[in-house]
Write a protein that binds this ligand. Sequence first.
Ligand code: DTR
Length: 336
Amino acid sequence: MVKRSIFSATLFLFAIVTCLLIFQTPVMAGKIKLNYANFPPAPTFPCVQMERWKVEVEKRTNGQVQINTFPGGTLLGAKGMMDGVIAGQSDIGNICMAYQPGRFIVTNATSLPLGIKDAKKGSIALLKLYEKYQPKAFKDVVVLAMFTNAPGNVMSKVPVRTLADIKGLDLRASGGAAQILKAWGANPVGMPMPATVEALQKGTVKGLFSSLEVMKDFKFAENCKYVTMTDTVLYPFSVIMNKTKWASLPADVQKVMMDLKEEQSLWTGAYMDEQIKKSIAWSKEANNVEFISLSAGEKTKWDAKLDFITEKWIAGAKEKGLPAEEIIKDIKAFAQ
Ligand code: DTR
């Protein structure tokens, strides 16, 4: 009898503890958990900035928010990122706008050959452009940061010293950069950055056109022994959040994220510029890469081939009712 009542008392206690655990856990943890998807591998700059943002948000919300990061396309890939975030497959995502040129007309204007010098200037220009024009393309998301990579250069398996060398060369690029390659006579092959690793190994492409930190971050220096310095074209990126998820956040958490927007954008630009320096040094020292500067005469010829690109963008944007000339003027001014 005694044994039985001890047994039922234990059972009762066990039930109470279990109930407490089940119902108390979320309250005790008090945590808002957010998923953050990214498409390239963890060591690359879009993911480094993601980890930095995670640390800052968790710190500034005193642990109230926990960010779970998914690099390497493990939650969403490059092309499905925007719609995936809108649909709530991930709460937060990082998009490269150049991968969808027709979708982000205003912000993709930063990838025209406008002579922006580095990623920090590119990032502030992009963010200001976004803030001023509030493009419709972002109406279904909340923007948490905007940044660009540094100006692009040609990385190749064969030396490119003149326009004759680049003619017909299969080079990987997306969006605005692809147009530029085409203008120089190359054969642009479009694919997101992560797919470039295999394309280079298999020989589907003979090189790529992008910012030089990838020589180190993706180890392209092992395949591409030549870099031609063109210092043209940026790719704009944005960190976006699902609108419903955003609306569910407490005001103090929203404030932390909004206060971080410009800081994070500039931090990323500055980080990118630093990585470029390291990558150039590593490519030269550890991989014997030759860096080719175009002669002044040659550079004039290359630049002249790009003049029509901005004019073409202006005509197209005007047709869509956008204040195209003002946008270009603003980008140049913001990038000062
Ligand atoms: N240049 C763009 C964007 C880009 C530059 N560095 C990285 C690293 C990882 C992903 C994308 C990018 C591009 O060529 O895709």
